[in-house]
Ligand binder design. Structure first.
Ligand code: SF4
Ligand code: SF4
Length: 381
């Protein structure tokens, strides 16, 4: 299998992956930690992690008879720095700047599986890109691609952590790589210190209940008051604990043209978002990783970010969302929350119009917003 393994790796690199390594199909060493993390309730509302938790104990839950796990990584880190954003804009995590990586990696790993089958027609295989319960970072470490940093991300000495991971499981016994046993975080704690919401209880201990990425991407429905005020300008995801990591400073730019950023996600116009019709939203989210939050989640986040900023220029667009009875209740409730944080009569009147709104979610948000705007006529800023 030496020769096949070497040629498989060469083919993966030819397809555009930056790195490829092979792990044995074993129970991942991080599985007990994962169970502890679930026991502590740190997965927040991501019930699917709990439901398919047991399946992560061994990759044979995904492919019976699996012997090898081929792990690939590809850099997506556009070198464009996230600078200060304008008052009309919000921040989007880098991984969502391009076309949806799931589709891109899926197609390329599918091509790698086709290649393997052409070489070994009896080989069985399965591609995984967040599409089956696999502890991907753990297998990437076992395959020698890097270590798991204190920010819980896989860090490659040469590529940093802005990488997508994918896996090809096969029943062929390929030659495995040496696991990456050392950590190169040393005494650094930048990621833990920089997190705007204090979501880390310690190295590698991330509490999703306090993480901006969880609230802005995974959570459905209104975001509770405290968390809503802490989004720190992020409308989809959060990159802070990776942006500060010294291992990303010298990381190379991406090499897959399919993962080049789309300009519309770099500095989105949130005022424009609030007024755009469903058709424009459908087109924007087609083939984008940001579609996971759906239009309603993104508009909710946009309203909360604008409200936390407290700028009066957002009032008209927010009031239009609140006034629109056809609009999703989550978006209307977020617009009410935001108006409650913006000073001035216009915002107060927009809230007052909905004191008796027929939607209970909106009514409750309006009640809280009215109470806040009365208590704090200057807005919370
Ligand atoms: S993604 Fe953001 S909020 Fe979540 S842990 Fe990292 S820095 Fe904290
Ligand atoms: S910021 Fe420092 S501690 Fe955090 S992952 Fe990077 S090297 Fe490790």
């Amino acid at each position: 299998m030496d020769d096949l393994t070497a040629r498989l790796k060469a083919e993966a690199l030819r397809l555009g992956f930056n790195r490829v390594g092979i792990a044995p199909a074993v129970s991942p060493p991080g599985y007990p930690n994962f169970l502890r993390w679930l026991d502590e309730g740190r997965e927040a509302g991501m019930g699917y992690l709990r439901r398919n938790g047991p399946a992560r104990e061994h990759p044979d839950s995904i492919l019976e008879g699996v012997r090898s796990v081929v792990m690939v990584s590809v850099v997506y880190g556009s070198k464009r720095p996230v600078g200060e954003i304008g008052p009309r804009s919000g921040k989007v995590a880098r991984y969502a700047w391009s076309d949806d990586y799931h589709r891109v990696l899926w197609d390329k790993l599918g091509a790698l599986l086709d290649w393997l089958r052409a070489e070994h027609p009896e080989a069985r295989g399965r591609v995984v890109v967040d599409t089956a319960p696999l502890l991907e970072r753990d297998f990437a470490r076992l395959a020698g691609l890097g270590w798991i940093g204190k920010n819980t991300m896989l860090i490659d000495r040469h590529l940093g952590s802005f990488t997508f991971l994918g896996a090809l499981l096969t029943d062929l016994e390929l030659v495995t790589d040496r696991p990456h046993e050392t950590s190169h975080c040393g005494t650094c704690t930048r990621c833990l210190d920089a997190c705007p919401t204090g979501a880390f209880d310690g190295p590698n201990r991330l509490d999703a209940r306090r993480c901006i990425s969880y609230w802005t991407i995974e959570h459905r429905g209104p975001i509770p008051d405290f968390e809503a005020g802490q989004l720190d300008g992020w409308v989809f995801g959060c990159d802070v604990c990776q942006d500060v990591c010294p291992w990303n400073r010298k990381a190379p730019g991406g090499r897959m043209p399919e993962l080049e950023p789309r300009s519309e996600w770099l500095e989105p116009d949130l005022f424009g978002w609030l007024d755009e019709d469903q058709e424009t939203w459908r087109a924007r989210l087609k083939g984008s990783a940001a579609s996971r939050a759906r239009r309603a989640g993104l508009l909710r986040n946009a309203a909360l970010v604008l409200g936390a900023r407290g700028g009066v220029e957002a009032v008209a667009a927010l009031a239009r969302r609140l006034d629109d009875r056809e609009e999703d209740a989550t978006v209307r409730a977020a617009a009410a929350w935001a108006l409650g944080r913006i000073p001035g009569d216009e915002a107060r009147e927009a809230i007052a119009r909905h004191r008796d709104d027929e939607d209970p979610v909106v009514r409750e948000a309006v009640r809280e917003a009215a109470a806040r705007s009365t208590e704090d006529p200057g807005g919370s800023g």
